[in-house]
Unconditional design. Structure first.
Lengths: 245, 245
DNA sequence: CGTACCATTGAACCGTTTCAACCGGGGTGG
DNA sequence: CCACCCCGGTTGAAACGGTTCAATGGTACG
């Protein structure tokens, strides 16, 4: 689910006193399906939630009493096998919605990668709200369909791509979510640890490190810091990423 | 998406002349969100589609002009990498809906594993119908959420499970979709080829064959034919499948 | 300035793949 | 009618990509 994939918002101006007036992701979030009055009513049922780095929002299997909208930061979603093997199923960025499930349990653990802020809604209130606003339902379906498409791409990555291909794909994916400055070379921010990347790509941390070094050695990318890099050769990286068809 | 996971239908009796009266999957399909009159109106916009084994319904990247409901048979969904590596993203069984996407291109190739029958609807008619029937929208969301949950389980399988674990998980998954006879031992039908299984599990055909032989040798399963097996030790297989948490 | 933690690098190992041979059932044609 | 072939599946042996184990490096923080 990339920023560029999201439908452009049909935003209407909000009065300054409106509780969502200052929301940094108002034009991205599920909420943008609502008009100002609906939004105000909805917002009243939500509360702010701040998470420190590493802090958990919820655990896989917990009662899913709330849904969330990310307003700032980065989070990771993950599932565990009984013996501790972990699969990171995705990362959530500002504007992303957490709560697409029919189950009454959280389908995965959600933890903050960096300090994060969320808008939290009781699920019962949220469901009632969706019930009352059909265009909200449509928006929710759109979120689910977009996530599904991303999940299927990840299936191809995990099932059929080699280590370099996985890493190249990941860097390009992160670049798409990183704010670019016109005229500047392509940049990617990887706010998560190597461990998180490894568990997302179905690799070990050592392999991520090694293949990243290989990309550096091949002058395809250059690290500017541990969490930031420049893509010197986007076309070359794209070729390595082994995109489909 | 398992049979047992699907919400139980709120079925209303249909007149014998109703076009959906004989539909074998009426209680499973997205259509079950509709009342008889709505259903009749909807059905009029759909046509039957019969596929021979191996025949393609659509190709990844094709214009997505239609949506489908499977009424009989089995199909496989798959995505290709440029060099021919294939990932099977799922199998579709009677009652399953094909068409959860926002893109105007088919997100994957769909081919018949065995002779299959589908109910085919022009996407524009379908969308208009959904627009006019909010409970249909909800049903569609439910389908997407269920598929998403299955896809995330498959991410764990592909990212973190070993070959035996993948095969054990797959057999149990197929057993859940196979009609069981009370009192009889657990059975699983694998209607697809070893190649399809391999491409679904992110393995090679030889590995599938070898690990299946290992399960036979360990007396966990017994093949009754190339496409059918008995699970002698469901608990043992479950343990091998390395389910989460 | 020391320590702790994450990341990187190196070397040996191992699970899955690759390559190759073989098996067996179903269909075809001599 | 049966020999042959074709094709999907199985089995074996060697190769390889990624993991595992171990040591080193680097940086943030007390």
């Amino acid at each position: 689910m990339y920023l560029s994939d999201r439908p452009v918002a049909d935003m209407q101006p909000l009065a300054c006193s409106h509780p969502c007036a200052g929301c940094p992701v108002r034009d991205l979030a599920v909420c943008n399906a609502l008009n100002p009055d609906e939004l105000a009513a909805f917002r009243r049922s939500g509360t702010d939630k701040l998470l420190a780095p590493g802090e958990a929002l919820c655990w896989e299997g917990d009662a899913a009493g709330h849904v969330f909208t990310v307003t700032s930061g980065v989070l990771r979603m993950s599932k565990l096998l009984h013996d501790g093997r972990r699969q990171v199923t995705g990362f959530a960025f500002p504007g992303d919605f957490l709560g697409v499930t029919l189950e009454d349990e959280h389908p995965f653990t959600v933890e903050a990668v960096a300090e994060s802020r969320l808008c939290r809604f009781p699920r019962v209130r949220f469901d009632a709200f969706v019930e009352a606003h059909p265009h909200m339902e449509r928006r929710l379906y759109a979120v689910a369909a977009t996530e599904l498409s991303a999940a299927r791409d990840q299936l191809v990555l995990l099932g059929r791509k080699t280590a370099v291909e996985r890493l190249a794909s990941f860097i390009l994916q992160m670049a798409r979510r990183t704010r670019q400055h016109p005229g500047d070379p392509l940049r990617a921010t990887l706010p998560m640890s190597r461990m998180d990347i490894a568990d997302y790509l179905g690799l070990r941390i050592e392999t991520v490190s090694r293949e990243l070094s290989a990309l550096k050695r091949a002058r395809l990318v250059r690290m500017t810091s541990i969490h930031d890099l420049i893509v010197h050769d986007p076309a070359g990286l794209e070729a390595l990423a082994a995109v489909d068809r």
